[in-house]
Design a protein around this ligand. Structure first.
Ligand SMILES: [Fe+2]
Length: 212
């Protein structure tokens, strides 16, 4: 679990990013240290799970869903998370919305990461199925890029900026990680159109080359 020094270092590094930064907790976070470090942000609640609605970041409503279970590596779409999400979506049902959460709510087929997924994902699928304005669900945790249809919306998982979980799909496969090319996702809102997700490799590459 994150120490105070590690949170301070993370805050220092994130402060270098000129764009607004919205953070959600993962399984290595300690909820109260996380809140103490980032709680000064206007969107972070003062107590309980770290759910937040950031409606002031442009046309797209950004919902941060805290499905972490203190002390555990899996997540859980529990009653409180379901209620909170349903209420937020019902407030602005027609607004394009992006939901961020850490553990993916589906079985990826990689057995050693699926053991630590977000449980009761079917409850999330049922909720978002009723709100077609949900453009995307974004997850981390799995350290690989994946995309799938989920509850009448699209779900994508972020690639890793550090080690990648090994792509091993056999039952009982040995857990492992590899150093693969780091990457991130860029979600570009095109007004009156849709949200477009770009997979962006991180590094220095040859170019720009002539466009031919
Ligand atoms: Fe994680």
């Amino acid at each position: 679990m994150g120490t105070e020094a590690e949170y301070n270092l993370a805050a220092e590094m994130l402060a270098l990013i000129p764009q607004p930064v919205l953070v959600i907790p993962g399984n290595h976070d300690e909820r109260e240290r996380f809140r103490a470090c980032f709680g000064h942000s206007s969107y972070m609640p003062n107590s309980g799970p770290l759910h937040f609605a950031a409606g002031d970041q442009g046309a797209v409503l950004i919902l941060g869903l805290d499905i972490t279970v203190p002390g555990a590596h899996h997540g859980d779409m529990d009653d409180a998370a379901c209620l909170w999400l349903e209420q937020r979506l019902a407030e602005e049902p027609d607004r394009p919305t992006l939901i961020m959460m850490h553990q993916p709510p589906f079985d990826s087929g990689i057995p050693y990461i699926d053991a630590y997924c977000c449980r009761q994902g079917e409850r999330l699928a049922a909720i978002v199925s009723r709100y077609p304005a949900v453009e995307r669900i974004l997850c981390g945790h799995i350290h690989r890029f994946m995309q799938l249809r989920f509850g009448a919306t699209m779900l994508v998982t972020a690639p890793s900026t550090t080690t990648a979980i090994a792509l091993r799909l056999r039952e009982g496969a040995e857990p492992a990680s590899f150093v693969e090319p780091p990457a991130m996702l860029l979600h570009h809102w095109r007004p009156q159109l849709c949200l477009i997700t770009h997979l962006v490799p991180i590094g220095s590459f040859q170019g720009p080359l002539p466009f031919a």
